[in-house]
Design a protein around this ligand. Structure first.
Ligand SMILES: [Zn+2]
Length: 234
């Protein structure tokens, strides 16, 4: 195996391992994001149902108040039967009139509140649908992640084993440079392709001597980023 072939293969495996690890880390993030959507939709629905509950309590309170006013009217009416003086009679009639007006106000308010309940209840199915949609989306993500998990870890293990095997071909100064750079930058960032005379990592142009060295399968480090350069072909 030439130096270029060796470094090219090592880089390919490091990049593959990097991508597989990233995918493995992405799975829990995707699940958390899907769960957050369920929680958000459930919260909207819960707030909505509580608002309906509050409106109904308000209606009930107003109905109770109306009953109190009606009880007062009944009391005044029975008092009226015992009264002989016209002035007192008129006063009670006035009181009854006031109670009836109060009842009318509460009845109007109840109608308005009932209309609000109706409007809100009409929105409930759509909000429940949002929760169901979020749950279905979570199940989909879970199935995708779960179905891929075994395959993903098998591929990762295989790539890591291949890498170890290829690394055994490294000798002397090449091994030293490689190990130092992998330690400093991670495998995927330790190597760069020398593409059309430029370092693929930092876009610095290689010297003619470096290009000749690379073509001759000698060790070449980028003058700018210091990484190991290899030719993609040859
Ligand atoms: Zn560079």
């Amino acid at each position: 195996m030439t130096v270029n072939e060796l470094l090219r293969e090592l880089h390919r495996l490091h990049l593959k391992i990097h991508d597989l690890r990233e995918e493995a880390e992405r799975a829990p993030r995707r699940l958390r994001a899907a769960q957050a959507k369920i929680d958000a939709a459930a919260k909207v629905l819960q707030d909505h149902l509580e608002a309906i509950k509050r409106l109904k309590i308000n209606i009930h309170q107003k109905e109770t108040t109306i009953k109190e006013h009606e009880a007062k009217i009944e009391r005044y009416q029975s008092q009226m039967k015992a009264i002989t003086k016209d002035k007192e009679y008129q006063a009670l009639r006035h009181e009854i009139e006031n109670e009836r007006m109060a009842i009318a106000v509460h009845e109007d308010q109840i109608l308005d509140l009932m209309l609000q309940v109706e409007q809100k209840q009409a929105q409930t199915p759509a909000l429940e649908g949002e929760v169901q949609k979020a749950k279905a989306e979570y199940a989909k993500v879970e199935a995708e992640v779960g179905g891929r998990r075994d395959e993903l870890y098998a591929q990762l293990a295989q790539a890591e084993a291949e890498l170890k095997q290829i690394e055994q071909h490294l000798n002397g100064d090449l091994r030293k440079a490689y190990e130092r750079l992998v330690k400093a930058h991670g495998g995927a960032e330790a190597l760069c392709e020398l593409r059309d005379g430029y370092c693929s990592g930092c876009q610095t142009q290689a010297t003619l001597q470096q290009r000749l060295d690379a073509a001759a399968n000698r060790i070449v480090l980028c003058n700018s980023c210091g990484k190991l350069l290899y030719l993609s072909t040859g």
